[in-house]
Design a binder for this molecule. Sequence first.
Ligand SMILES: [Zn+2]
Length: 311
Amino acid sequence: MDRQIKFAIIAISVMIPLSSFVVYQSGQISQQPISKSNSKLITISSFYPLYEFAKKIGQEKIDLILLVPEGVEPHDWEPTIHDIQNMQQADLIFINGIGFESWVNNVHIINPKIQIIDTSVGIKIKNNKTLEINESESNAVLISDPHIWLNPKMAQIQVQNIATALSKNDPANQDYYQKNAQSYINELELLDNEIRNELSKCNRDFIASHNAFSYFADEYGLVQHTIINSNDPEAEPTSKTLEKIINVARKNDIKIIFTEEGIDPKTSQIITNEIGGKVLVLSPLEIGAKNFTYVDRMKQNLSNLKEALCR
Ligand SMILES: [Zn+2]
């Protein structure tokens, strides 16, 4: 793509959230945001896994708002006016970091006092080679990979970072937050053990939909291949990438191709039609789902991975 057009697109996407902030500041919005009627910390979690982590730690001692609603894909999400009103009232906002929340730099414009808690602090970040639209290797760029929450070891660090921030801002309940964090970390440790044990003697190569499982694969000695060569779950693969991934499947005797929530599984089906396999879900846990916890969904992923790898 022409560089000038690309910059124009970036400029527009930056200006839309900025103009939303301005609209709010000029007082044209009458809808009342969440009000600070008690002494509880008002906290915001940017997307689903962080919401659950914060809820496990803070429980009824905090007011907690989920920003990206259930059923919505967070990669390209932008805050609405209502979300911005909530941000204006909040004490803390928990973000994944690593560029996942592209809108976060605007938050201080509407609430200079809000603390932005980057839950990735202390985690070693990976840079993944991501291809630009024309897919030539020379146009590959390094993009920092935000998908840390899919590695239960890293999720433990995110949980601890949330507990530390809550403790600092509400010292009266410090013991409560730390105790809850520790018991949830223990649960994540059991999950980690289970994944490690159950996948230890299985095949290693799997084909995911978008590039979400690098940290997970590294942790458990697996090799991730992806149908889409980018961090964007909604990107469309070309016939060239499809051909490439069919070859990967044949070479590694892969019979199960993964898809994920919120995208059309037809791409994965095209591949399984070629190789004579079937499609299962490997969830990046980006889209919130009612009644299923982080641990439930990680165990569902484990079960599907076992079907793909341990045969
Ligand atoms: Zn993703």
